[in-house]
Design a protein around this ligand. Structure first.
Ligand code: IVH
Length: 674
């Protein structure tokens, strides 16, 4: 074809872009393709050709410009003009009836509810200026999110230009369809890459890419469901807003309905509960909103969530599978934990094969036996948990699982101490404990020695290069080169990191030693108080209890620890290796404030936690700069509610304080740790 002139091209690109965006809209937003893929490709390529000939005609909203070439060094922070709120939760019909009554106490207007699906993805906010997509951000903590514009531009359902030149912010959920998730995991599995636990993690991982080409390859989609600063749109209700969004090119979920009573809302929930599996995307509940905006305003907000809306969460999915064996692992403190290994089963979005039984009491209480059919679900939608045994399926010759008498790692006699549920290996030289202890010692909030991941530590231990934490300081280049995959360069890095850690202030060493009940915060306070290890070694229980916030349990544990002859030997080894044993006062253990959402936050842990003990969770949160308190008040930023949470949960609900599940806490602990 003859090359077009610039003038001709100028006209043609406008037409092409209009055509393409019209067809994209039909395809991605309406789910009703208006031309064949081939015809679309033809138009697209014509546009690419013209833009290649006349690069001056390229505009940022051209459909050819979705994937940029730059790899970001990191994501910038974005402060949301209007905070992105969360929603209160309802778990059953009673919660819903209570919500309805609350709403009706707060307004005399007639109430109409709109029910929407609660898409299980990631909340995002999209800024449009004069109809052009400007910036996209994650929700973050609701106030500050991350700028992921480059990645959101690759999501085809997000129009780079709207049908009308509005300036406003639109919000919704970015998600990965079930089919795309399955395909992605299949591909990753083939390539030997780690698979994603569920579509939500896959979507989150895809949006967190610094290279938007990766995001572009992930087939993400979006449903928009709210807006901010949208006066220009001239809409008076949620239903009108959704219609308007769809009309200007933004994808909205058609599975929504208006109701005049909460009873009808409940029927809708029942209907969707049955239909849920057939949807091409994951939903984790139904969002119920008061439809009329003026009524919404009258009902108002708590600090974190609107009072005019609530999220009904589906009960966790339950599946059956068969237990094949029980595996015992030894942790850092010698606690021996049973894990059931089962036939793989797909539950709540991912394949599950292992479930912790936590301790022998629980194992005995649940009486899980090899060959048993068990019911399994995911606590907080993340952590696999055995709910119970299907007794009808149990064979008559089955026997209770024997409780091990000796440590699976070192063979020494196990103890079941009176006051605790744990089964413990008391051998301080137990290899499994030492290995775990080494990993803790080098971890970021302890001695912060990088390059020593679990595999390296395991090998060092198995090859007898180190026998305890002090042994790290006598490692040589020769030693390290014996390890798999460790070449001179990484060995040098490890040695440098070890060397640098010699200068750490005392609190890091104290925390790293893993003294029972001494978390990062307690370690810092001990170091501050006693300043040198000599002073601390001779500190009395009374002196320790006198420190603010210290109780008898910690004091006893510290005194007992330092009275052990092995500990004195260990400390002497540190001294001889040139490891600093004094408080330097300047280095704080907490990580940089902006890196952790826990920084400066006051939280309450309540109910039974599954994954960590409350003590452990407290330590982790404190390490990340948070404050864990025991009572709920207006100054509580959020609570974490475990199983059977009681009055604190109620109080938090009544104060409108956000409630996190254990799973949400884990996600944020793990995210902050990275
Ligand atoms: S409305 C103030 N609608 O659920 C309104 N949220 O627990 C706040 N979500 O952070 C959100 N589908 O990520 C709303 N149709 C929907 C939703 C939805 C999913 C998510 C969203 C939000 C969380 C609230």
């Amino acid at each position: 074809m003859k090359k077009r002139t610039l003038a001709e091209s100028e006209e043609r690109v406008v037409t092409l872009r209009e055509e393409l965006s019209k067809h994209s809209y039909a395809y991605y937003v309406l789910d009703k393709p208006s031309i064949t893929d081939q015809e679309y490709d033809q138009l697209y390529h014509e546009l690419v050709e013209i833009e290649t000939d006349y690069p001056e005609l390229i505009t940022s909203e051209s459909p050819t410009q979705r994937v940029g070439g730059t790899i970001l060094p990191g994501f910038e922070k974005v402060t949301h003009d209007v905070p992105m709120l969360s929603l209160g939760n309802a778990f059953n019909q009673t919660d819903l009836l209570n919500f309805d009554q609350r709403v009706k106490r707060l307004t005399d207007r007639p109430i109409q509810y709109i029910c929407e699906l609660k898409i299980d993805g990631l909340a995002v906010s999209l800024r449009y200026k004069n109809g052009i997509f400007q910036q996209g951000a994650t929700r973050g903590d609701g106030v500050v999110g991350e700028d992921i514009t480059q990645n959101l531009r690759t999501v085809k359902a997000i129009p780079l230009q709207l049908a009308e030149p509005y300036t406003f912010e639109v919000r919704g959920e970015c998600y990965m369809p079930k089919a795309s998730f399955a395909k992605l995991n299949e591909e990753r599995d083939e390539k030997g890459l780690e698979i994603f636990a569920n579509p939500r993690n896959a979507a989150a991982g895809s949006l967190r890419q610094l290279n938007s080409k990766v995001t572009a390859s992930r087939n993400l989609n979006v449903y928009l469901y709210s807006a901010a600063n949208f006066d220009e749109l001239e809409v008076d209700s949620q239903e009108e807003l959704l219609k308007k969004l769809a009309a200007i090119g933004l994808r909205t979920n058609p599975e929504r309905r208006l109701f005049d009573s909460i009873e009808e809302v409940w029927s809708f929930i029942e209907e969707m509960t049955a239909k849920r599996q057939q949807l091409p995307y994951e939903i984790d509940g139904i969002v119920i909103k008061v439809n009329d905006f003026a009524t919404q305003e009258e009902i108002g907000y708590t600090v974190k969530a609107p009072r005019w809306a609530i999220a009904y969460k589906f009960p966790a999915e339950i599946k059956e599978t068969v237990v094949r064996t029980i595996e015992w692992t030894v942790g850092r403190t010698g606690v021996v934990t049973p894990t059931a290994i089962m036939d793989p089963v797909f539950v709540a979005g991912s394949t599950v094969q292992r479930a912790s039984l936590h301790n022998i009491d629980l194992l005995q209480e649940k009486d899980v036996r090899i060959g048993d059919t068990v019911l399994i679900h995911k606590a907080g939608d993340i952590i696999p948990e055995i709910l119970g045994v299907v007794l009808e399926n149990r064979s008559s010759d089955s026997e209770p699982y024997p409780i091990p008498e000796t440590c699976p790692a070192c063979g020494s006699q196990l103890a079941h101490l009176e006051e605790e549920v744990a089964l413990r290996c008391l051998n301080p030289k137990c290899p499994a404990q030492i290995k775990e202890g080494l990993s803790h010692f080098v971890s970021r909030n302890a001695m912060n020695i990088s390059g020593l991941g679990e595999k390296v530590v395991s090998q060092m231990f198995e090859k007898r290069l180190v026998k305890d934490v002090a042994g790290l300081y006598t490692l040589t280049m020769e030693d390290l080169l014996q390890l798999e995959k460790i070449k001179e360069k990484s060995a040098t890095n490890i040695l440098n990191a070890i060397d640098a850690s010699r200068d750490n202030s005392l609190e890091r060493l104290l925390f790293g030693l893993g003294i029972r009940h001494v978390g990062a915060k307690a370690a810092r306070m001990l170091a501050q108080e006693f300043e040198t290890i000599e002073r601390l070694m001779t500190a009395t229980k009374e002196e320790i209890v006198a420190i603010e916030g210290f109780g008898e349990i910690i004091a006893d544990s510290v005194v007992a620890y330092f009275s052990l002859p092995e500990v004195a030997d260990l400390l002497e080894e540190f001294r001889q290796s040139g490891v600093n044993l004094t408080y330097k006062g300047s280095k704080k253990i907490t990580i940089a404030p902006q890196e952790s959402i826990w920084q400066g936050k006051t939280v309450v842990l309540t109910g039974k936690l599954n994954h960590y003990t409350r003590q452990e969770a407290t330590e982790m949160i404190e390490n990340l700069g948070g404050n864990v308190t025991s009572s709920v008040s207006k100054s509580t930023d959020w609570i974490v509610a475990g199983l059977d949470a009681g009055s604190k949960l109620k109080k938090a609900e009544s104060l409108g304080i956000p409630i996190w599940t254990e799973a949400e806490m884990l996600e944020h602990l793990e995210r902050s740790e990275r």
